[in-house]
Write a protein that binds this ligand. Structure first.
Ligand SMILES: [Zn+2]
Length: 429
C-alpha cells in the first residue's frame, strides 16, 4: 500500500502518462500504469509534475521591508544601499524573523522549497544571522534554507567583517559570501576574493559571492573567483552571483573568461528581475540590459541558475516570490525564445539551481525526496508562459500547499463557458 500516488503526469523530459509512487518521504517508482493501491491518489493527467522550484539568490534579512523607513524614490541600487543603511539600526531580530517567515510561506505556496539567502554580517550584533538561523530550523520540515555570510558593506572596508564572518560560520551559516566590486579598489576586491575563498577552503564550506554587480566592463572579479576556486580545488562548490559586468565586457575578453569559469566549475547565478531594473542606470540610450550572458554561459556548459534576489525591499518594490516570473523575465531579457532555450530557463529555477546549491535527493526518480509540484500546465514552456498555478505542492510525501485551478467564466451571449489560457483550451470550441 503506497502513501501517495500521482497519476498520469507529464515530466520535463517529455514523458507523458507517468505515475509516481510515494512511500513515506521518498519516491519509490516513476513509470506508467502503477497498479499498487495508495492511501491517496492525485490525478495529474496531462499536467506537468516537476521537482520544486529553487530560489538560488535572495535576501531574507531585507525582504518585505518595503517602505521602512521610507521608499526608494530614485529606484537605484545606490539609494537602495543608503536606505538599507538607514534601516539597519532600526532592525530587531523579531522583525527580521517575522518578515522572512512570511516570505517562506509565500515560497511554499509558489512551490519553491529551497532558498539560498544571503545574510548581512556587517552589523556586529549579528541579529539577522540569529533570526535566520532560528527560521532555518523552524522551516526545515517544509523548505530548505541555505545561508550565505554576506559582508554587505565590504569585507576589507568594514573593520570587523572578518571576525563577524567567522562568528557567523561558527553559529552554523553554510556558505561564504563576498562583494568584491564594492571594495574601494580593484586590488582590494581581488584581495577580498582570495581571502574569502581561503576561509571557505579551510572550513570546507561552499562559496557564493555577489560578483561584478555593475556595468563596468573592466570589473574582473569573476576571473579572480574562478582562479582562486581552481587554486583551492573547490570546483563545483563555488557560485558567482549577478556577474552583470559581463554584459558590458569586451567580446574577446569574454571568449577567454567563459572557458575559465567552466573549467573552474563555478556556477553563475543571474537575477533577471533585479538586473534589468538596476543596471544601465547611467546610460542614456541605448540602455544596456545588464543581465549576464546567460545564453552563452549555458552554451559553454556552465551551470546557470536564477534568483529572485529582492521581494518588496529597498531595491525592488515588486514581486511575490514566483520563480516562474523570474524565468519568464530571464528569457525575455536574454532573448531566449528558442524551444530548448525556454526549457533551459525552466532548468535554471529547478535542476541547475539544485546543482548550484549542492542539494541531494532532488528530482523525479526512485530514491529522490518526495518533493514535487503539480502545475496547471502541460509542459515547462506553458508553465513559464502562464506562470501557471501550483495546484499541489508536495514536501516529503505530504501535501504542503494547494491552489485551485485558475479559470475565468465568461457569460457569453446565451452561453456560459470558461477559459484557462492553456494549449488544451485552444481545442475547446
Ligand atoms: Zn543579492
Amino acid at each position: 500500500m503506497l502513501d501517495l500516488l500521482i497519476r498520469g503526469a507529464n515530466l520535463t523530459d517529455g514523458r507523458t502518462g507517468i505515475d509516481i509512487a510515494i512511500q513515506g518521504s521518498r519516491i519509490t517508482a516513476v513509470e506508467p500504469d502503477i497498479t499498487a493501491q495508495a492511501a491517496r491518489t492525485i490525478d495529474a493527467t496531462g499536467r506537468l509534475v516537476c521537482p520544486p522550484f529553487i530560489d538560488s539568490h535572495v535576501h531574507l534579512d531585507s525582504t518585505l521591508s518595503l517602505g521602512t523607513p521610507r521608499l526608494n524614490e530614485s529606484g537605484t541600487l545606490l539609494e537602495g544601499i543608503a536606505l538599507w543603511g538607514e534601516l539597519k539600526p532600526l532592525l530587531t531580530q523579531e522583525a527580521i524573523y517575522d518578515r522572512a517567515k512570511k516570505l517562506c510561506l509565500w515560497s511554499m505556496a509558489r512551490g519553491t522549497l529551497a532558498i539560498r539567502s544571503h545574510v548581512d554580517i556587517c552589523d556586529d550584533r549579528l541579529l539577522a544571522v540569529d533570526a535566520l538561523l532560528a527560521l532555518r530550523k523552524e522551516m526545515s520540515p517544509y523548505l530548505d534554507i541555505q545561508l550565505v555570510a554576506f559582508p554587505q558593506d565590504g569585507f576589507i572596508r568594514t573593520p570587523k567583517s572578518r571576525e563577524n564572518l567567522l562568528r557567523a560560520l561558527e553559529k552554523g551559516v553554510d556558505v561564504v559570501g563576498g562583494i568584491p566590486h564594492f571594495e574601494r579598489t580593484m586590488a582590494d576586491g581581488a584581495a577580498s576574493v582570495a581571502a574569502l575563498v581561503k576561509i571557505a577552503a579551510d572550513r570546507g564550506v561552499l562559496v557564493d559571492m555577489h560578483c561584478d554587480e555593475s556595468d563596468d566592463p573592466l570589473s574582473r572579479h569573476i576571473e579572480t573567483l574562478a582562479a582562486e576556486t581552481v587554486r583551492h580545488g573547490l570546483e563545483g562548490r563555488v557560485a558567482g552571483s549577478h556577474l552583470t559586468s559581463m554584459h558590458s565586457m569586451d567580446n574577446y575578453y569574454v571568449s577567454k573568461l567563459i572557458p575559465l569559469i567552466r573549467e573552474a566549475g563555478v556556477a553563475a547565478i543571474a537575477n533577471p528581475l533585479i538586473n534589468i531594473t538596476l543596471q544601465g542606470r547611467h546610460d542614456t540610450y541605448p540602455k544596456r540590459r545588464g543581465m549576464t550572458r546567460v545564453k552563452e554561459l549555458m552554451a559553454a556548459g556552465v551551470t546557470v541558475a536564477f534568483g529572485h534576489d529582492c521581494v518588496m525591499d529597498p531595491w525592488y518594490p515588486l514581486g511575490s516570490h514566483d520563480m516562474l516570473e523570474v524565468a519568464n523575465m530571464a528569457l525575455h531579457v536574454g532573448q531566449m525564445t528558442g524551444v530548448s532555450e525556454i526549457k533551459s530557463c525552466f532548468e535554471a529555477v529547478t535542476s541547475n539551481a539544485a546543482k548550484t546549491l549542492n542539494l541531494a535527493g532532488y528530482g523525479i526518480a526512485p530514491g529522490c525526496h518526495a518533493d514535487l509540484i503539480v502545475l496547471q500546465a502541460e509542459d515547462a514552456i506553458e508553465a513559464i508562459r502562464l506562470q501557471a498555478e501550483r495546484l499541489f505542492v508536495i514536501r516529503r510525501g505530504k501535501v504542503l500547499a494547494q491552489t485551485p485551478v485558475r479559470e475565468a467564466t465568461l457569460h457569453f451571449g446565451e452561453t456560459k463557458r470558461t477559459v484557462d489560457f492553456t494549449r488544451s483550451d485552444l481545442l475547446n470550441s
